[in-house]
Design a protein around this ligand. Structure first.
Ligand SMILES: Nc1ncnc2c1ncn2[C@@H]1O[C@H](COP(=O)(O)OP(=O)(O)OP(=O)(O)O)[C@@H](O)[C@H]1O
Length: 233
């Protein structure tokens, strides 16, 4: 059986042109490139926040449009740059996704809090009372509460300070090992891409200009485009 979680063939969408790529089970794919190059658009294709204008996307060997959308989004969770939370308590936010599928597991909360380094006392706090870093950790925990197989991350640490960046990266590394999670992450931070990633994708003007193993791709770029991009970071 193929170990491809995602296969994109000749995908076009807005700025994106002829995207061909595969994402392997347990892969940690880092997407980077200049502003407006199509990074977020690419990420949105994986959980059908956007659909291609043409081309084909397969998820676990089946056309992605064959899946029921809520179920697909449970499997393929998304974490954004700004924490996406309801203005209720932490526990309410964590319960939201699993309750939709009648899968709320009280015993799982401790493990979840542990992964994102939040004390149990936080469960009843209104999310408005949390710091930016804490909110982002709750946001991550909220997505993880659905027990996703794939995690999509769109610049999840770009609004955070160094200490919070380190803490979120530690959480992600722990999770990737423990859950064999597949990760697809947009980041402008090339050092972060090298710390977290196994595969890199360099997008420019909607095209994949270079792709390869990390950290090699960033340390030894082959194209002038990626050489210039890495030199200016
Ligand atoms: N909903 C939309 N409707 C129309 N055009 C859009 C929409 N979203 C993005 N675009 C355009 O598509 C192109 C790619 O945008 P995208 O957000 O994917 O780039 P990006 O690489 O993630 O950029 P950034 O790093 O600045 O977030 C841009 O030209 C953008 O203006």
């Amino acid at each position: 059986m193929s170990n491809h979680v995602f296969e994109l063939s000749e995908v076009n969408k807005r700025v994106l042109q002829n995207i061909n790529l595969t994402v392997n089970q347990g892969g940690r794919v880092m997407v980077f490139g200049p502003s407006g190059s199509g990074k977020s658009t690419l990420l949105h294709l994986f959980n059908r926040l956007e659909d291609p204008d043409s081309g084909e996307i397969k998820y676990q060997g089946q056309p992605i449009e064959d899946y029921n959308i809520p179920k697909l989004r449970k499997d393929v969770g998304l974490v954004l740059q700004q924490p996406y939370l309801f203005s209720e308590t932490v526990i309410d936010n964590l319960k939201y996704g699993p309750k939709m599928f009648n899968e709320w597991d009280e015993a799982f909360v401790d493990e979840l809090l542990d992964y994102v380094n939040l004390p149990k006392a936080y469960l009843d706090k209104p999310v408005e009372d949390l710091s930016g870093g804490e909110k982002q950790r709750v946001s991550l925990a909220r997505t993880l509460a659905n027990k996703p197989k794939v995690l999509l991350l769109d610049e999840p640490t770009s609004a955070l300070d160094d200490q919070n960046i380190e803490s979120i990266e530690e959480d992600l590394l722990k999770l990737m090992d423990a859950w064999q999670l597949t990760i697809i992450m947009v980041t402008h931070n090339l050092k972060q891409a090298m710390r977290l990633g196994t595969k890199g994708i360099y997008l420019e003007s909607g095209k994949i200009v270079e792709t390869g193993k990390l950290p090699n791709l960033i340390e030894h770029p082959q194209t002038d485009s990626l050489k210039n991009f890495t030199a200016n970071q």
